[in-house]
Design a protein around this ligand. Structure first.
Ligand code: SAM
Length: 245
C-alpha cells in the first residue's frame, strides 16, 4: 500500500493519535485482506474514519465504520465528502454491546482503540468472535508495553497516562487475552516496526493531545512502549461442524 496516496486526508483534524494510516499499512502489508465481492469489513473504534476510507479503497470491501466518541452523523458527512458515502456505513455503538449480524464480517480491523475496551478475558470470544465469518481475519494495532516490561504499566506510565496506564499491555499479554476457542485457528502478536515513524508524524501536529504526548516521548513512551500487532485467523469450520467433536 502506498501511504502517499492518502496524505491529503491525514491532518491534525483527522488524526487522533500516532499515525493510524502507518499502523494500518504495516498490518495490511503483513496480512493482506482479500475480501470476496460483497464481503464486509468492520473498522472497530474507527475515530474519524481515516482507516475506514483506506480499507474501502485498498480492499474494495464494504466497510462498517464503528466508533463511540465520534457520531455516525459526523463520520457520515465526512465519508460523503470523501466520495465513499455509498461504501462506508457509519455506526456509533459501544464495542461491548454491538448489534451486527452473526458471522457478518470477513475481517475486523481495529487501530489504536482495542485497548480501550478489550483488555479482559473472554472479551474476544464473547464480543467479537460471533460477528466473524468462518475463515475470517482480525487485524489489530494498538499501543502497548514492550514484553520486557510486561505487567508494569501502572508503575512505569502513570505520569503520562494517569488512570489509563493499565490499558497498556505487552504482545505476550495480548496473546493470552485473545485466548482459545474452537473457532480460533491462530493468534499472532508482535511488536510492530512503524513505532517511531507513526509517533513522529503525530508529534509533529499541533493537536493539543500531541503537545501533551511530546513531553513524555523521550522519557517514557520511547523506552517502555511499542505498538502491538495482533492477528487472529478464524477456522474454516468449527470442529463440532466438522464432526470431530
Ligand atoms: C485514540 S482514538 C483512535 C481512533 C482511530 N482508530 C485512529 O487511529 O485514529 C480511540 C478510539 O477508540 C474508540 N473507543 C473507545 N472506547 C470504545 C468503545 N467502548 N466502543 C467503541 N469505540 C471505542 C473511541 O471512540 C476513539 O475514537
Amino acid at each position: 500500500m502506498n501511504i502517499d496516496t492518502y496524505k491529503p486526508y491525514i491532518s491534525a483534524k483527522t488524526m487522533m493519535g500516532p499515525n493510524s494510516v502507518r499502523i494500518l499499512a504495516e498490518l495490511l502489508d503483513k496480512y493482506p485482506l482479500r475480501p470476496a465481492k460483497d464481503d464486509t469489513v468492520l473498522d472497530l473504534g474507527c475515530g474519524t474514519g481515516l482507516t475506514s476510507l483506506i480499507i474501502a479503497r485498498e480492499t474494495g470491501a464494504k466497510v462498517f465504520a464503528n466508533d463511540l466518541w465520534v457520531s455516525a452523523e459526523e463520520n457520515g458527512k465526512r465519508f460523503a465528502g470523501w466520495g465513499v458515502g455509498e461504501r462506508i456505513t457509519p455506526v456509533c455503538e459501544d464495542a461491548n454491546n454491538l448489534h451486527f449480524e452473526r458471522k457478518q464480517f470477513c475481517a475486523l480491523v481495529s487501530i489504536d482503540s482495542y485497548h480501550y475496551f478489550a483488555g479482559k478475558e473472554d472479551f474476544f470470544r464473547e464480543k467479537i468472535l460471533p460477528f466473524m465469518k468462518d475463515e475470517g481475519e482480525v487485524l489489530i494495532g494498538i499501543p502497548g508495553l514492550k514484553d520486557a516490561y510486561s505487567n508494569r504499566a501502572e508503575e512505569l506510565l502513570s505520569d503520562w497516562l494517569g488512570d489509563d496506564a493499565y490499558m497498556f499491555k505487552s504482545p505476550k499479554c495480548w496473546k493470552e487475552l485473545i485466548g482459545d476457542d474452537e473457532r480460533i485457528e491462530m493468534v499472532q502478536t508482535w511488536e510492530m516496526d512503524c513505532f517511531s515513524q507513526a509517533w513522529e508524524e503525530w508529534l509533529a501536529t499541533d493537536n493539543e493531545y500531541a503537545l501533551g504526548d511530546r513531553k513524555y516521548y523521550e522519557t517514557l513512551i520511547k523506552p517502555y512502549t511499542c505498538f502491538v500487532g495482533i492477528y487472529v485467523k478464524i477456522n474454516r469450520l468449527s470442529r463440532k461442524n466438522q464432526g470431530i467433536l
